[in-house]
Design a protein around this ligand. Structure first.
Ligand code: ZN
Length: 180
């Protein structure tokens, strides 16, 4: 449903094209003690592009990487790196990889209206098949009514949780392959 955001201007095979929404900043998390978070000074309507980045590929999953295909991961800059997890997020990370390219295009997009001062969050299970040992099954402090209580990738979700994520968020194509 967000495919239209990948225009010829914001996707290329080798580019350093970057865009960051003017209202974004990094500050203390509202939800997680002693953790930094991506936040917005301004109101942001649903379906606004918050960041466009071209990121190099790696085969290594880290605490902050974004999984972009079954094999590849990417380290995005501060704008996406500081976006924490929520089980009912206000944003989504979506990526587009052209086979053979050295870079992947990663977008951060609001999925609902976000009020000024709020934290920008996405659901880690919408991009990651699993998480690093450090993060997997760590307590989730997102405080949303649908909180799953622990951090996981998509493969560790219950069937009901998978249904919920797939029905409400733009989910990566490598994740959809796991959703049968
Ligand atoms: Zn949660």
């Amino acid at each position: 449903m967000y495919e239209h955001l990948f225009t010829s201007e914001n996707i290329s095979v080798e580019s350093t094209c970057e865009y960051k929404h003017a209202g974004l900043y990094v500050d203390e998390s509202i939800y997680v003690p002693n953790q930094q978070a991506l936040r917005t000074k301004e109101f942001i309507p649903a379906q606004t592009v918050l960041s466009i980045q071209q990121c190099a590929l790696s085969t290594h999953r880290t605490r902050t990487s974004i999984q972009v295909t079954e094999l590849f991961h990417a380290e995005a800059d501060d704008c996406i790196r500081f976006a924490n997890h929520s089980c009912q997020p206000n944003a989504a990370v979506i990526s587009k990889y052209i086979d053979g390219a050295a870079y992947v295009t990663i977008l951060l997009v609001s999925v609902r209206d976000i009020i000024g001062g709020d934290e920008i969050q996405f659901d880690y299970a919408s991009t990651e098949t699993t998480l690093t040992k450090e993060l997997l099954f760590a307590p989730c402090l997102c405080n949303s009514p649908l909180c799953r209580k622990v951090l996981t990738g998509f493969s560790e979700l219950t069937p009901t949780q998978k249904d919920q994520v797939a029905a409400t968020l733009p989910v990566a194509s490598h994740i959809l392959k796991l959703y049968v």
